[in-house]
Design a binder for this molecule. Structure first.
Ligand SMILES: *[C@@H]1O[C@H](CO)[C@@H](O)[C@H](O)[C@H]1NC(C)=O
Ligand SMILES: *[C@@H]1O[C@H](CO)[C@@H](O)[C@H](O)[C@H]1NC(C)=O
Length: 338
């Protein structure tokens, strides 16, 4: 019962914070309308044709896997008799984020870059409960089987990292090596979110994403200007020539067609105050037992310390090879853990 009361209070606090940020967002829209005019703020380019880079057949072949409740789209390269390397993208991205890895690893692996549910060509079931982390994990399990494999090298970035951490903990037998790019273990992250005001402030968007409708609208403003900021901005962007105008256009094209409701629903279902799904074994947390390589940006150092304290994290190798450079390129060059 105490647990229920705690969850209700948590939910109310999250919604209040979300509403407050929502109000600020609305103010920003009004201010922008005054500054540059509503027609610019709500402008949207018509995109009828994908940019050429999305049709580049040298990256790989498009495929679909029919899973239990969805059809999943992926792009793959490399021969089918090679071991499987599964690449799981973050928010708000899609398979295209792995364009360098598809090329880099295709000689040694069957490399498969997925579109998670809600993204691009993969099905987008309605309702946020369809985006619970447990469902995302189940999709990966079914995909491995559908591709005809019994294990894989699992690589996840950002939200894809959340999914991969959970996957490796739940199904360690299906993972040879776990490679995580810039994503804390979910448990560590939740703990930080609750206990550190600084972290809560940095994660304001998670509260904002709990609101309906408004987050999607914010993404669409000024022709998806947020994507420019996210991928090339001073604060969070890729600091190199690895993200061209055409690449940005690829993301804009895709999200203007497939929308952002599915992707944002990951946050609505995953941080909405629900209980974490019970451990499959029914016992307390098993921790991570598969060999893990964690690639991290240095300014997030404090999480690494906490990660090392996680139960069962004996075999983790934590590398800070990135500093502030372009992790996508760097990962393509770094070798796999042996
Ligand atoms: C894999 O990549 C190579 C070169 O990058 C390309 O020529 C080939 O068509 C791709 N193979 C598949 C199966 O898509
Ligand atoms: C998904 O991405 C592909 C490129 O891989 C693009 O051609 C297609 O139009 C996109 N579909 C949607 C629904 O965004």
């Amino acid at each position: 019962m105490g647990g229920l009361a705690e969850r209700v209070i948590q939910r109310i606090v999250v919604l209040m914070l979300g509403s407050f940020i929502g109000l600020l967002a609305l103010c920003k829209i009004v201010i922008d309308c005054v500054k540059v005019g509503p027609s610019k703020v709500f402008s949207q380019q018509k995109r009828n044709k994908p940019p050429a880079c999305l049709e580049d057949s040298s990256l790989g072949t498009h495929g679909y896997a029919h899973l239990e409740d969805i059809r999943m789209h992926y792009v793959s390269n490399g021969s089918e008799d090679k071991p499987l390397m599964l690449l799981v993208h973050g928010f708000p991205e899609f398979w295209y984020s792995w364009r360098y890895q598809l090329k880099e690893f295709k000689d040694r692996y069957r490399v498969v870059a997925v579109d998670l549910r809600g993204y691009n060509e993969t099905d987008k079931p309605a309702g946020k409960s369809n985006y619970k982390t447990a469902k995302l994990v189940a999709d990966i399990k079914q995909l491995i089987t559908a591709l005809g494999y019994s294990d894989c090298v699992l690589v996840g970035h950002d939200w894809g990292g959340v999914v991969c951490w959970m996957f490796a903990e739940t199904f360690p037998d299906l993972v040879n090596h776990l490679i995580i790019l810039n994503c804390p273990n979910f448990k560590v992250f939740q703990k930080h979110l609750r206990s550190s005001l600084k972290q809560a402030k940095m994660s304001w968007y998670i509260y904002f994403f709990q609101l309906p409708f408004l987050p999607e609208l914010m993404f669409r403003l000024q022709d998806y200007a947020i994507l420019d900021q996210l991928f090339r901005g001073k604060h969070s962007g890729v600091r190199s020539d690895r993200m061209s105008d055409e690449d940005i256009e690829a993301y804009k094209y895709t999200f203007s067609r497939s929308g952002l409701t599915g992707p944002i629903n990951f946050y609505r279902a995953g941080f909405g105050g629900e209980r974490r799904p019970p451990d499959q074994s029914g016992s307390r947390s098993k921790g991570i037992s598969v060999p893990t390589l964690l690639l991290w940006v240095q300014r997030m150092q404090r999480w690494i310390t906490d990660l090392q304290k996680c139960p069962g994290n004996r075999r983790q190798k934590i590398k800070d090879i990135l500093k502030t450079e372009d992790w996508r390129r760097k990962t393509a060059c770094s070798s796999l853990p042996g």
